[in-house]
Design a protein around this ligand. Structure first.
Ligand code: 6R9
Length: 664
């Protein structure tokens, strides 16, 4: 039985939702009458055409009854950029700081008000229009954590272009594949950025990606807009002449500052239908090909706004900080759209927790007087290693809410976060959600929910979680099963870009009538939900989802490898790590050189975060008679755990012994 922690008086006093009873009441209302619940929140926003009563929500989650669809506020028209900027300025927040920006180097920092942000967004939106970008066109974004990234996303939203951000740690191949899949017209990037002492030459990666898009995918991106960033920040490590780091292609490349020059800071927003696309974001798929998750305008805006308000209990003078990169969904919703929709002041940080010292996060909390701090378990575990003194030497008393996202948080990390960082008086919100869900779906609420270290907690408003057993039977009360949802909340994705069939198959075919998350969960005797992790062939490395088959595909590209199987092995900091088994072709020598080559290949093809920890030589793989690899057994071998259970379904049980013998 784990201990239950109640929210402290300090948190409850300031909370807009100060009791669990009140939460339960609101949650019940949100399910009983979604229209009444969400239309109350919709009233705050500007609608060019309001939603007609009775049209608030319609959906089908049952594939037997026809195509799956979800629609919120059908017929209404609005613009997200207008709502997160112009509306706030009209409400008197024009001079409020939207973002404090802190660079990789502590001497680089700046700030931007709502009014200034709107001016820049309009200028960029005009520049996009001038360059032929129209409503519905896709704009790929490969950017560091700088203000221009936000300006670019909102500029797209203003003119109805669909942004497709690719995390700037992805390889040229991954970027090329994503740009080609969404047929991006434009790519926006920066010359480079510092991460700690390491220089990332983003422009060079983009050049290679543009070339690959052309030759491998037959897709031509007509314009590449480049922010000149390196010249305006302090160098943090060794750097040659910037201009020599990459080429300039006069047919395609333009400087950000040049296309911004002379643009008007006024730009009429494109009034969009509620169900028009806002953005797409690729997430790993279990077949290897990434899935272009598509979010639409009105529902996403409502849901992002509401989750932010209640989950972080944001108040007027608070300073909120989410450490996630804009390249992931957490950055989209909780660095960009949700804080701005709430007229919040956020901190945006370009660097790493370890530069110039391992207390950078804590020194930033102190410097900016952060009230809400939202990060990932992998970061917490990495920082725990450096000892308590790096935390305690900073004044962190402004903190009120601590958030966790990306993977289940282990109780040890939770307790450290709670006791040391939160000084036993902050609430921890463990937010479970996905690229697909648009915003938090299971979470605690600071003043209202009791907490258990490691439990995600309770459904957010409008969310109805269900646990199912293998046969699809509903598990009532305590128990463990597949985590599914029986109805849509406003922020759920609408489709996979260009592949509605795959959307229906991946998310709605396993259990008829339910959205299937791909995660397992347990409900305990007090009704807390604990997410137990992926139940498909996905891996979560430092909060980044990867598909095992994608990595296997890359390993087998190496000519010497005939077959590969990748499993997850628990890792003290990263949560999970990649453990790879490779079968080699005749006559190939297994040794450090090949291991190196394979690791490098995965890094180059997918990204540094996907680099395998272990490559093991495998004389064979444990397969069923029908040829399915039994990953369960491989996971045991990776762990060195000989208690492997029943192997009677294996075609050749002797390979298991051999694999144990060949462990490195
Ligand atoms: C927001 C985000 C989604 C997957 C999800 C689950 C895992 C995220 C979690 C969590 C346990 C949490 N996950 N938050 N597991 N507790 N609080 O991370 O989106 O990158 O799409 O990953 O991450 O496995 O299915 P995304």
């Amino acid at each position: 039985m784990s201990r239950v922690y109640q929210p402290s008086d300090y948190v409850v006093e300031k909370s807009r939702l100060p009791s669990f009873e009140k939460y339960k009441e609101m949650h019940k209302k949100s399910l009983e009458d979604p229209e009444a619940f969400w239309s109350e929140i919709a009233k705050e926003f500007h609608w060019q055409t309001p939603c007609q009563p009775g049209k608030f929500v319609s959906y089908n989650f049952d594939i037997d009854k026809g195509d799956i669809f979800v629609k919120w506020l059908e017929g209404a028209t609005t613009n997200v950029c207008f709502n997160v900027l112009d509306r706030n300025i009209r409400n008197g927040h024009g001079d409020k700081i939207a973002y404090y920006w802190e660079g990789n180097h502590p001497d680089d920092y700046s700030r931007i008000t709502y009014k200034k942000l709107l001016d820049s967004v309009c200028m960029f939106a005009n520049a996009l229009r001038e360059n032929g970008v129209r409503k519905g066109d896709r704009v790929a974004i490969y950017m560091p954590m700088i203000m221009e990234t936000v300006i670019c996303m909102l500029g797209c939203a203003r003119i109805g272009a669909v942004h497709s951000v690719v995390f700037a740690g992805f390889s040229p191949d991954s970027l090329a594949e994503r740009m080609s899949d969404c047929k991006a017209k434009v790519l926006v990037t920066a010359d480079g950025a510092w991460r700690g002492e390491k220089l990332l030459v983003l422009k060079k990666t983009c050049d290679q990606a543009l070339e690959k898009a052309r030759t491998k995918h037959n897709h031509e991106v007509s314009l590449c807009i480049v922010v000149s960033h390196l010249g305006r920040v302090k160098p943090c490590g060794k750097m040659d002449d910037i201009k020599k780091l990459y080429d300039w292609n006069y047919n395609v490349d333009v400087w950000w500052h040049e296309i911004m020059e002379g643009q008007s800071p006024i730009c009429a927003p494109e009034w969009m239908n509620a169900e028009d696309p806002l953005f797409m974001l690729y997430t790993s798929g279990s077949t290897g090909k990434p899935k272009g998750v598509l979010h639409t305008i009105a529902g996403y805006m409502l849901y992002a706004t509401t989750t932010f308000r209640y989950v972080f209990d944001y108040r007027e003078k608070d300073i909120y900080w989410c450490t996630a990169d804009v390249g992931w969904i957490t950055g989209h919703t909780y660095v960009v759209y949700a804080p701005l929709a709430n007229a919040a002041t956020s901190l945006m940080f370009e660097g790493t927790p370890f530069y110039p010292d391992n207390d950078r996060y804590w020194s930033l909390v102190e410097k900016y007087k952060v009230t809400q701090f939202y990060t990932a378990p992998t970061a917490i575990r990495a920082l725990m290693k450096f000892g308590d003194e790096l935390v305690t030497k900073h004044n962190l008393k402004t903190l009120r809410v601590l958030g966790s996202v990306g993977e289940p948080i282990n109780p040890e990390a939770w307790l450290w976060f709670y006791n040391l960082v939160g000084n036993k008086r902050c609430s921890i919100v463990d937010t479970f959600w996905q690229t697909e869900t648009g915003g938090h779906v299971l979470t605690g609420l600071p003043g209202a929910s009791p907490m258990k270290p490691g439990a995600a907690g309770f459904p957010f408003f409008g969310v109805e979680p269900t646990l199912l057993d293998e046969s699809g039977k509903v598990i009532e009360g305590p128990g463990e099963g597949y985590l599914v949802f029986s109805r849509p909340w406003p922020g759920i994705m609408r489709t996979l870009f260009g592949d509605h069939a795959r959307y229906q198959k991946v998310y709605f075919s396993k259990f008829k009538g339910y959205y299937c998350t791909g995660d397992g969960a347990r409900r305990d005797e007090n009704g807390f939900l604990w997410v137990t992790g992926r139940i498909d062939d996905m891996l979560n490395v430092s909060g980044h989802l990867l598909s095992t088959s994608e990595v296997e595909g890359v390993l087998t590209e190496e000519h010497s490898v005939s077959e590969a199987a990748v499993v997850s092995k628990p890792h003290p900091v990263k949560g999970e790590s990649l453990y790879c088994f490779v079968i080699l072709n005749e006559g190939v020598q297994f040794g450090p050189e090949l291991i190196d080559a394979l690791k490098k290949r995965v890094r180059n093809r997918i990204g540094a975060f996907a680099a395998p920890d272990v490559i093991q030589y495998a004389p064979g793989l444990p397969k069923t008679r029908s040829g399915k690899i039994m990953r369960r057994i491989l996971r045991k071998i990776a762990l060195g755990d000989t208690d492997i259970g029943d192997t009677s379904t294996l075609a050749d049980p002797s390979v298991v012994d051999e694999l144990f013998k060949s462990r490195p």
